[in-house]
Design a protein. Structure first.
Length: 394
């Protein structure tokens, strides 16, 4: 079939929840994707901050194939070695003490919300606890995750949300303080807002939220689903700030293409929240998903991924600063490591479409921002290639 026919078939069969780009992708190699006509694309989207290691990493692929031949799935009622190894490794790199594996980011958020509610319930036996989330946040599409997502447009048709969610402004500590009551059980936000437009939390905001949470025994929950797993140059973005959350979430690059997420917590929270019967999942953390996590963690070390992110991230930063000063249509540039955004005066859809024609995959964050979240293994040369193509499109 021709590309056009495949797209027509897709549009007949799939629910119309995405305005898809008009290409059918077939395979990947390194930082390039290929469509079914063999056209090559330089990928600065990475499946939305997922494919950290690039495509076709042999060690990763072999590890998955080995695990398929051994054991794909068992119930969480039994132990399995990949899950044990993955949990140990996550503890080591995150400094958290307890791990629960999920199948997606949204489910990790659901688990974090349940953890916070249970923690507060065990303290006072009440069931009217409140969570403070941030405007412009994104935490996923399931009902709980949607309830804490600070985009009214995403929520409207699906009301009522879960109750007792309040919204404050990221990096505005007074807006958080003004929402705190004796019912507040958690303050939840992304260390670097992704979908909302690449807004990193400031150091003072992080520290002040931590202090507030300590003073009121409120749980600080950081969503590291997009900004974690090396994207900012630290394994988790909060590790730049000299504080530690009580609960955190991960997904996206955690499995580098295998759908898996996790929420993690400190020993204190683990000992005073979810117990047997409170939470579960059939697939979450199955041997296949956890074999992926184990290999990802191993390759992050052996391929010095964090060093690469720091070096190439700084280079990307310089290059985007260059575009900002060269082109009037850009008004601002934000971000850290390989999570950066270029703010445009106009909607960026046409630029992104043109880039696709020219063999460059980019993604937006909100209507006016081009988001750069490439595989974490890109090189300076890839950045140069991206800039060359992007300039052609402007
Ligand atoms: C993508 C994302 C989610 C949701 O993850 P899914 O795997 O799509 O459910 C949650 N939080 C943030 C910050 C994300 O970027």
């Amino acid at each position: 079939m021709e590309m056009k026919e495949y797209i027509e078939e897709a549009e007949k069969a799939l629910l119309h929840t995405y305005n898809r780009f008009q290409i059918v992708l077939e395979k990947g190699e390194g930082v390039h994707l290929y469509d079914i006509n063999g056209k090559e694309y330089l990928d600065f989207c990475a499946g939305i901050a997922v494919f950290a290691l690039g495509y076709g990493n042999k060690a990763y692929n072999d590890a998955l194939k080995d695990q398929i031949d051994k054991l794909l799935h068992t119930s969480n009622y039994y132990y399995n070695i990949p899950a044990i190894e993955a949990a140990k490794k996550i503890k080591e790199v995150s400094g958290m003490d307890r791990v629960f594996f999920t199948n997606s980011g949204a489910e990790a958020i659901e688990g974090a919300i349940k953890t916070a509610r249970k923690y507060a319930y065990l303290k006072d036996g009440k069931t009217d606890h409140e969570i403070i989330a941030m405007e412009h946040s994104f935490h996923g599409r399931t009902m709980g995750a949607l309830s804490v997502t600070g985009n009214p447009h995403y929520r409207e048709a699906f009301e009522p949300m879960i109750g007792n969610i309040k919204f404050a402004k990221l990096n505005d500590i007074e807006s958080v303080k003004s929402q705190i009551t004796d019912k507040t059980c958690a303050i939840l936000f992304e260390t670097v807002q992704g979908e909302g437009g690449i807004f990193p939390a400031t150091e003072s905001f992080m520290r002040e939220v931590r202090d507030l949470c300590d003073a009121h025994d409120i749980l600080m929950i950081l969503d590291e689903i997009q900004c974690g797993m090396g994207r900012t140059g630290e394994m988790f973005a909060w590790q730049r700030y000299g504080i530690k959350p009580d609960v955190m979430t991960s997904a996206k690059a955690l499995g580098c293409g295998v759908p898996v997420g996790a929420f993690m917590m400190t020993e204190k929270v683990g000992a005073h929240s979810l117990v047997a019967g409170d939470h579960g999942t059939t697939y979450g953390g199955n041997p296949f998903a956890c074999a992926a996590i184990c290999k990802v963690m191993e390759l992050f070390e052996s391929e010095h991924v964090l060093d690469n992110v720091r070096r190439v991230g700084a280079y990307l930063y310089e290059q985007l600063e260059g575009l900002l000063s060269e082109y009037d249509i850009f008004t601002e540039h934000r971000g850290v490591g390989l999570m950066q955004g270029l703010v445009c005066k106009e909607p960026v859809g046409p630029i992104i479409n043109k880039a696709l024609e020219e063999g460059l995959i980019l993604i937006n964050a909100g209507a006016n921002i081009i988001r750069f979240v490439p595989p974490l293994v890109i090189t300076e040369q890839d950045v140069d290639d991206m800039i060359t193509i992007l300039k052609r499109c402007l």
